[in-house]
Design a binder for this molecule. Sequence first.
Ligand SMILES: [Ca+2]
Length: 395
Amino acid sequence: MPLLKQIKLLKIKLLSIKLLSIKLLSIRLRKKLLMPFLACVFMPFFVNSAEVTKTKLVSQLYWADSGIPWGMAWIPNGDLLITLRSGELKVVKKGSDSAESVTGLPKVVAGGQGGLLDIALHPDYANNAWLYLSYVKADNKGNKSTAIMRAKFDGKSLSEQEDIYIAQAYSKKNSHFGSRLAFDNFGYLYFSIGDRGQRDINPQDITRDAGKVYRLYDDGRIPDDNPFVKTNGAKTAIYSYGHRNPQGMAKHPITGDIFSHEHGPRGGDEVNLIAKGKNYGWPVISYGINYSGTVFTDLTKKQGMEQPLWYWDPSIAPSGMTFVTSDKYPNWQGNILVGSLKFGQVFMLTLDGNQVVKAEIVKDDLSRVRNIKQGPDGYIYVAVDGQGIYRLILE
Ligand SMILES: [Ca+2]
């Protein structure tokens, strides 16, 4: 609706409810009172700033590929490393759309939700060349598990490959492998593993892997101050538990805190601030219900269990997470971007301290968004299933 028409309408409304006393007030006070009133009456007609941004945010194809791009990381020369779930690691040369395959990868089992998953570089990669992969590994019976490998990278191939964590036990299940990787400011490696489709036995039991966020030293050793190192029978790499299937993880650019999101059941996708030894409640508490529509818990809160910073209902199937620090997008600094597999959208979460105060859609015309990361050039890169990598440009 044109602004003039809105103003006319406003005038009519003002008259009709006889706000005569306002006329007696000073102009300044009048403004003070009018603005909230105007906001209430005309909120639906005004387009918010995210809507404006959305119309100007263009996705520019950076690298085309028909596979499922999972992890992204940039090496210091600007080349982009991309894991493909089918089990390939590609290097897209800076300034070129050609990609080469990296050799020396682990034997990846691709199928269901599994395959080659995330990639992260060591914080001191420029000096030590260590990179980290999460992937699905099989035992000799074909049962599967999530494993974390580190290896040295020389620009073409991997060497000194070493599995620094293999979740136990292997299972026939083909779902909820996780997995994302992130380093904090102290050089600890965090990674997520989903509940492996066994919500009633894994996430709440710290003597079992799966449904957890883990913390390790860069070489795979378990830190002495991990929360369960002194707990009998516990998996001592666990940092937090009660997770369902986290496929987003990012370090806050200022505080260094680790944020994560996870796929919930129907209507229960969550964003969490990962804290030492905390229980995030799955499946005892949840804002969601079973995919079938039946209820599995009446509880959304319980003492001793963390509340999410945000939850989505309906579910968006979140995948990938990044903080914005660049100035390429006005007023986005400090916000979190999250991809949606289900709706092909990009969500922006606004934080006040560590609280999420707002979630809005800033891009809604993509296909399945698998990952999202800010590149070293300050642009946001979005990995889309079956299409490749896009760069978001504000025109
Ligand atoms: Ca939870």
